[in-house]
Design a protein around this ligand. Structure first.
Ligand code: HEC
Length: 123
């Protein structure tokens, strides 16, 4: 009886070990599944689809695929709503400044408002 218990415990442990090794090997070589399910906004905060699209086609090159900035800390917009108020954000988009181009003549007032609202909510 005791012997049998020991044997089945050993078998269970062995099975666990095999399982763990199998899982580890799988995790090491696989990884293809992880990049599969991106949401509609990708790494960006949620927002209206048109606004996300505006950002993607006008701002992403410099401010990055997740707002964290492609050109150093001054282009990090992840917490821009905490740093700048709505007016300051809008003014920056309209007038540009530093190495940022002005968008006042490229985007409509509605588009600029939408981007401003979305960014002002990032805080
Ligand atoms: C050509 C690159 C470039 C593009 C395109 C661009 N920006 Fe910028 N943006 C910058 C740079 C560089 C700064 C920092 C400028 C500085 O103050 O020196 C900046 C700063 C900002 C700031 C102020 C951030 C802060 O904390 O002061 C906001 C807001 C902003 N950009 C929004 C936008 C939006 C919205 C778009 C798209 C409509 C956009 N940017 C497109 C380069 C860019």
């Amino acid at each position: 009886m005791r012997k049998k218990t020991f044997a089945s415990k050993a078998a269970a442990l062995l099975a666990l070990a095999v399982l763990a090794t199998g899982v580890a090997a799988c995790g090491g070589s696989g990884g293809s599944g992880a990049s599969g399910g991106k949401s509609a906004s990708g790494g960006l905060p949620d927002g209206p689809a048109e606004t996300i699209e505006l950002y993607r086609s006008n701002c992403l090159v410099c401010h990055g695929p997740d707002l964290s900035g492609n050109m150093g800390p001054s282009t990090d917009l992840t917490k821009v709503g905490a740093r700048l108020d709505r007016d300051a954000i809008r003014q920056r988009i309209v007038e540009g400044g530093g190495s940022m181009p002005a968008f006042g003549d490229k985007l409509s007032a509605e588009d600029i408002d939408a981007l401003t609202d979305w960014l002002a909510a990032q805080n």
